[in-house]
Write a protein that binds this ligand. Structure first.
Ligand SMILES: [Zn+2]
Length: 294
């Protein structure tokens, strides 16, 4: 592992540290080969939610599937066309959040490719609905859809079977914290979906945001552990200060996280509390209302 160079990462927040990624640049519009079969183009939409921007992946050489065309930006779509051209046969989305699916319709128009996704939502309309176990079969690769609800109820990860590489969308991110926003986001379901991925014998994870993750097993374990620790922490803070509103819990629980992230963290705390309520450990219901430990 290239840990020695991790000290170069000075501008990032000291949160959610995982395996030190190689400090390769994540420039928009530039195609980069990650493996014999997979290329990545970063979309020009960096922000608080997307980190360095959304990753668009192209799988295959002679027949290409584009996963997450990201945003409707001409230069980004040109870069995808430049890389896949008339060999693009399928366009698939991991889920329908606007930073992943907005470019899909225009790319489908330009290529005539089939548009695949779990279902219509957020302005995205698949030409074919696909679900868990669906296989995109090409002469070079098999890409298997895996239903992974939690971040979004319609979330699919895609496994490149030959390379054991998982295109993980927003289910696992290298550089942006995964937000679980109820009611579509569900923490208990999210944890179940992480457990499901542990059985896949992965070699790498190509996330929706950030660089390639080359220690998939450790990363998934860390994700599960981190969520359970947060849950434990939320419960113990609630026992101490409750009954309390989520807005009062966040500055305590997320004291180690930049304040600009707190409004987003409210939703994730809500998701944790709903799971705790389901487990009979907390009482409450809404984002704005009061919660107490039970
Ligand atoms: Zn998302």
């Amino acid at each position: 592992m290239a840990r020695s160079r991790a000290t170069l990462k000075t501008k990032e927040e000291p949160v959610e540290e995982q395996a030190a990624p190689p400090p390769e640049p994540l420039e928009p519009y530039v195609a980069r080969a990650l493996s014999p079969m997979v290329r990545r183009i970063v979309a020009p939409n960096p922000n608080l939610f997307t980190g360095p921007g959304t990753n668009t992946y192209l799988v295959g050489i002679d027949e290409v599937v584009v996963v997450d065309p990201a945003v409707d930006d001409d230069r980004h779509l040109d870069a995808i066309m430049g890389c896949g051209g008339d060999r693009i046969r399928w366009i698939a989305v991991t889920h329908t959040h606007i930073d992943h699916g907005t470019g899909a319709a225009k790319l489908a128009e330009r290529t005539g490719a089939e548009l695949l996704g779990f279902g219509p939502k957020d302005g995205f309309k698949p030409s074919r609905k696909i679900g868990d176990g669906h296989i995109i079969d090409s002469t070079e690769f098999r890409l298997r859809a895996i239903h992974t609800p939690g971040h979004a109820s319609n979330h699919l990860c895609y496994l490149v079977e030959e390379e054991r590489m998982l295109l993980s969308g927003d289910h696992i991110n290298e550089s942006a914290t995964v937000v679980i926003k109820p009611p579509d986001g569900d923490m208990a379901v999210y944890l179940e979906s992480l457990e499901k991925l542990k059985k896949l014998r992965l070699r790498s994870i190509a996330p929706g945001h950030g660089r390639l993750i080359e220690n998939p097993g450790e990363t998934i374990d860390w994700y599960i552990q981190h969520r359970l620790e947060r849950e434990e922490q939320i419960l113990s803070v609630l026992r101490e200060v409750g009954p309390a509103k989520i807005a009062d819990l966040v500055p305590i629980v997320y004291a180690d996280v930049a304040e600009e992230r707190w409004p987003i963290a409210m939703h994730t705390v809500h998701a944790h509390l709903l799971k705790l309520a389901k487990d009979g450990k907390a009482t409450g219901r809404t984002l704005a209302g009061k919660w107490s430990a039970s």
